[in-house]
Design a binder for this molecule. Sequence first.
Ligand code: AMP
Length: 544
Amino acid sequence: MLLQDHAARAAEARGEAVALAMGDERLAYAELETLSDRLAAQLADRGVARGDRVGLLIPKRPSAIVAMHAVLKAGAAYVPLDAESPPQRLARIVSAAEPSMLLAVPEAAGRLEGLAGELALPPVGSVEADRIVGADGAPLGVFARGDWDSPAAVAPGVRVDPSEPAHLLFTSGSTGAPKGVVITHAMVLAFVDWAVREFGTKPSDRISGHPPLHFDLSTFDIYATFAAGAELHLVPPSLSVDPRALARFIRERELTQWFSVPSVLTYMAKFDAVEQDDFPALERLLWCGEVLPTPVLCHWMRKLPHVRFTNLYGPTEATIASSHHTLPSIPADETLPVPIGVACDGEELLVLDERLAPVPPGEIGDLYIAGVGLSPGYWRDEEKTRAAFLPDPRTPGGEGRIYRTGDLARVDDDGVVHFLGRADSQIKSRGYRIELGEIESALNAVAGVRECAIVGVDAGGFEGTAICAAYVGSDGLGPPQLRGALASALPSYMLPARWLALDVLPKNQNGKIDRPALRERFVAQQAEQAAARAARAGGRERSR
Ligand code: AMP
């Protein structure tokens, strides 16, 4: 079984059933099959072969999913690229992935042309609109080594082994360069199998596709929907900033499953976008990727008593999610975080000490994951792979491996796991996984910056973690210039929200940057600004 087989089976069983919906566009399973077969043939004709990678610079829309299936059918692995990423970061990812071909929508193709020389992938033509449907019917640009030949009509049907890569997902890297996580067919299939069983996913389901396609959570939406022969409703990114529009989307599409990062749920709760007993068709609400504040969860559970609420936990390196916790009832104590629960089938969550021995129940330790979800490692990075994927200490000399998540956790007396935060400088902001080190490297590279440090500060309430930058810079170098310079290197969600210019950064006894002290400075700055705002508001009130 390979990932693309789910859609193929659904097409055989119910070809006319809707597989994908976005805006007014609908794509039936039979169409998804025909279009992806045709594109796969073109890719194969062009020399894309087993073991290759194909970069996809196609925003979230049905044609992006067609392209993913086509790449898999050609025996290659796809690399979904974030069209919002600045060209410099994009170029880094593309150079690391070394795709034999890039498929890009016209808007993005324009940006790539500037980079094409550097990437040794000259633009060679376009796939015609009738061969791969886009919401706007626009042809896809093709960047490849050599010429684009005339396309064949028959899908090549290359059958790779399930242990071979299906896609590479690039996440933020602490040393500045994004890391490519290798995801195999078998890893995703194992999670999808478990999820379809656990949630009872069925052909009549109408499932949300909220996360961007370069984020691993989206692979759950896509492949679990197709495994059940259900409908995937891709949420237009433009709705993500409008909580009421998102609520309308769930209502009008009569979604039965919603899956997103918690910040979306928090945002919708903040704007009170959900009515009492709203979304009568909704059966399940799932979240993953960061902590959902318990008061927000309680708000949702009170509004939607007919819905099942499940917390999923896991890193990209272990595929979508590795553990789950379904709430038995509305939490009685809103100050207690929700557990991340117990392992999904075929996976294990281990809480270990620094000698890799299990810590007793109730004690804090490092969280490791073992089992079917584990990636073979980081793309062409032996060193990082060895540092994060360790031999399983329970089977010395064996083939077993465990993945060091960088998370802290404890197991309670019932064997349920509780998440206690990070042991390093990785943060989540609006659901995005961000290594503060990547921002620090980019800021250090700006001319005139002598020293800098990036810290995450809990902004409290709905804002989540704020990215804060402290720097020592040459005269005249202020936040507007620094922000401008960073914007050409980093996506907007990585740009610092707060700045602090210093003569020297505080250091600890070892001469290292004293990050806890810096965090305190930002917390104090936040308090001062809040007090000043309150005083100004008070002054306006009195002068009325
Ligand atoms: P990503 O690779 O983007 O999925 O990020 C993985 C990291 O997100 C984990 O190592 C955790 O730090 C965090 N994370 C994922 N799911 C949850 C969850 N349900 N609760 C708390 N943190 C989570």
